[in-house]
Design a protein around this ligand. Structure first.
Ligand code: ADP
Length: 545
């Protein structure tokens, strides 16, 4: 028997309509280079998203067509998130920091019909335009006055397009399983692959972000979006903020410590999210400037994901900012939020120290996501915090395949997706990543966690960042090599660092050598680029043998 409750498809357009009606007082603050902060409300975003949708339709875009963006965090990008998906087209957020050949590959693979771009990317767009076969219109996300000088074919102006429409469009009632947005994984192995989100998966994921044991996003929050909106669908935040009525700071490309601190202070930011390197930059800025975040800021929680949160970063937030870190794990294929290290009732009385320790783990799954561990032969492993295995995931906002069937079937017979991550899960369900399968160091048949070594090293006051990779060894097959970037003006020797690590990891985990480097390479989304490091240093042989 079918029940007698109303059925409304879960659509992205319903989020912005809700926010415009119910959360009129919330603010969207955008920082653009060289201009005063731009302020608007969800009412403005909703109106302009409709105008934009009309404009996109007028350009000949139909439901299901892909519309690309190459842009930083700002209100126009937010309008595109709602306008493009709302009218039934698919928003494809292109990562502009990828190699130009990769950008051309993914724009062509996605068959983007229109490409919206920040004026700062005009030189890149001009250079690539000829190779972008499917793109019929290039739209500069600015007004007439600030149009780029570059020669770009079929160039249009965002404000002209939006201004020409009256905003009277009715959002179409789509099937909630319709594609809403598209993000490519960075493709560390092989070509980038497209993850195609649905309206339904996006709304369910947004609901999770608003749950207390999610990110607890609410109408009392001001979010600082320290992750670029082109990374994993903006971590789902435009949707979660519209759903909950949270205000947002969209900082353009200003993700350096000084800009973040200033914005957090002025805008009374309560919650922020980003990868660890961004937070290391902020904390370094606070240390070198002798700032007083406890007095200046009211930041309650910082969600760290994308790479493992180093203990030192969690500790500094706790002790110097009075801020709780919430460690989370996910990937492009998981929308991204899949586990979060929220505490349980039994953790109510944890000391700061114990809370920091809890945040070493990437956390528990919410309703809607399931995880399990298997060994190399697919046999399920116990959740005892000891067994280390391949992390498999399935759920409402987990990919079922890649766009245009790239990579073939990605789920096993029971619908599990192999994340490529190696992890443990403890009896309370807290998952901890030990490595990415492709970054594993296998020494004499045993796994050494590069993440654990890196995090321990970052705990040393002279270490800004550390990366650990495998190097070949005659006897043990592989041994760890540590590459260290010192903090400016600080000095530490290999012997001192190894001595510091000695009581933090098993003795046979200690790196065979430590090399000090000026800089460590990062991926387009701010993660350590291990593949490049392996190319650069994989042949290194420690002098001591
Ligand atoms: P890419 O890194 O290829 O650009 P993603 O952003 O999808 O693509 O990265 C997902 C991967 O990032 C995960 O599979 C995992 O290896 C790593 N990751 C994400 N969050 C964490 C975390 N909190 N701790 C450790 N690793 C993480």
């Amino acid at each position: 028997m079918i029940g007698l409750m109303q059925h409304h498809p879960l659509l992205i357009s319903s989020l912005i309509d809700h926010a415009a009606k119910v959360h009129q007082g919330a603010e969207i603050v955008s920082h653009m280079p060289g201009a005063p902060a731009h302020r608007c409300s969800y009412v403005d975003v909703a109106r302009r998203a409709r105008q934009l949708a009309q404009a996109v339709k007028a350009l000949g875009i139909r439901e299901g067509d892909r519309v690309g963006t190459m842009a930083w965090n700002g209100y126009r990008h937010l309008e595109l998130f709602f306008g493009v998906s709302g009218m039934g087209a698919v928003l494809h957020t292109v990562n502009p920091r990828l190699f130009p050949e990769q950008i051309a590959y993914i724009v062509n693979h996605a068959e983007n019909q229109v490409l919206f771009f920040d004026v700062g990317f005009a030189p890149l767009v001009a250079m690539l335009a000829k190779q972008l076969n499917s793109v019929r219109h290039f739209v500069a996300m600015t007004d007439r006055e600030h149009m780029p000088d570059e020669a770009i074919p079929n160039l249009l102006c965002y404000e002209d397009l939006v201004g020409a429409q009256d905003g009277t469009l009715e959002w179409p009632v789509l099937d909630e399983r319709s594609a809403s947005s598209l993000c490519y994984t960075s493709g560390t192995t092989g070509n980038p692959k497209g993850v195609l989100y649905t309206h339904r998966s996006t709304l369910l994921h947004a609901s999770l972000a608003c749950m207390t044991d999610g990110m607890a996003m609410s109408a009392r929050d001001m979010l600082f979006m320290a992750s670029p909106m082109f990374h994993v669908n903006a971590w789902g935040m435009p949707y979660a903020c519209a759903l909950s009525g949270a205000s947002m700071v969209l900082p353009g490309s200003g993700l350096d410590g000084a800009s973040i601190y200033a914005a957090m202070k002025t805008e009374r930011v309560t919650v922020a999210l980003g990868v660890p390197t961004v937070w290391m930059g902020l904390q370094q800025h606070v240390a070198t400037q002798g700032l007083k975040p406890r007095e200046d800021l009211c930041i309650e929680r910082v969600l760290i994901g994308g790479a493992a949160a180093p203990r030192a970063v969690v500790e500094t937030f706790a002790n110097e900012f009075g801020t709780r870190v919430l460690h989370a794990w996910g990937m492009t294929e998981t929308s991204p939020l899949a586990t979060l290290a929220n505490p349980l009732r039994k953790h109510r009385d944890l000391t700061t120290e114990q809370y920091v320790t809890l945040q070493a783990k990437q956390g528990r799954v919410p309703y809607g996501v399931q995880i399990k561990l298997v060994d190399d032969h697919g046999k399920e492993l116990p959740h005892d915090g000891q067994a280390v295995g391949h992390l498999l995931v399935r759920g409402h906002w987990i990919a079922s395949g890649y766009f245009r069937a790239e990579g073939g079937a990605i789920l096993d017979e029971e619908g599990w997706f192999d994340t490529g991550d190696i992890a443990t899960i403890d009896a309370d369900g807290y998952m901890q990543i030990t490595d990415r399968a492709k970054d594993l160091i296998k020494s004499g048949g045993e796994w050494i966690s590069s993440i654990a070594l890196e995090n321990a090293a970052v705990g040393h006051p002279c270490v800004a960042e550390a990366a650990v990779i495998a190097i070949a060894h005659d006897k043990w097959q592989e041994r760890p090599l540590m590459l260290v970037m010192r903090r400016p003006g600080k000095d530490v020797s290999k012997e001192e660092l190894l001595g510091f690590l000695a009581d933090k990891v098993a003795s046979w985990w200690l790196p065979d050598d430590v090399l000090f480097v000026e800089e460590l390479p990062h991926t387009a989304t701010g993660k350590l680029q291990k593949m490049k490091l392996r190319q650069m240093y994989g042949g290194h042989r420690p002098s001591s043998g």
